[in-house]
Design a protein around this ligand. Sequence first.
Ligand code: SAM
Length: 230
Amino acid sequence: PPLYMQRYQFVIDYVKTYRPKKVIDFGCAECCLLKKLKFHRNGIQLLVGVDINSVVLLKRMHTLAPLISDYLQPSDGPLTIELYQGSVTEREPCTRGFDLVTCVELIEHLELVEVASFSEVVFGYMSPGAVIVSTPNAEFNPLLPGLRGFRNYDHKFEWTRAEFQTWAHKVCRDYGYSVHFTGVGEAVGHWREVGFCTQIAVFQRNFHDTMSNAKRLEPSVYRLMYRVVY
Ligand code: SAM
């Protein structure tokens, strides 16, 4: 399967194992991952997508509407899906108390100063039970044919494994998380040494949660674009 599918599958497998009830996908773009999570619900009750770009959100958000088959399938209770236009660098009260936050190929689109606010907002303010962050592994780039510079014109940086891990370990120290590193897309033979094409950090909060059962706060910073309950 193509790399982006492997990234989505990684999140789906995580959800299957850990069964988070409330999930936010940051940088959800055309809602591909959300649509897959809606299909592989595994007990998810609240599914939120956030992207800074409302144009890209508007393109495909109606594909999240319920299908006849969603009503025919035995469901595990109501599912709410919400899409917001907003930035992961802003504190938004309605994003607190979640079990899982996913950031698939998002951080490399932020300036480094914004990565610092991202860390503070996601780990410090939202403080979800778990966070999955994926980003390109720069050490893999020499294996990509014809690539000069970054993998995408909009990337502000691409990190080596050491750079990614340094950032992740600081986040753990600052906000009380543990992390393990993995990835998707492996080279063959001795090239395996360069690591995965996409590197992934899975963070787990160390302290017990006090917010997940609290009443959810109203959105006050993000702009609601779409909401469906079924
Ligand atoms: N996660 C999707 C995937 O894997 O298919 C899309 C990743 S796309 C490469 C990066 C997305 O992040 C874009 O849709 C972009 O608009 C969004 N983005 C960039 N900066 C953002 C920010 N500060 N807050 C929220 N989303 C942002």
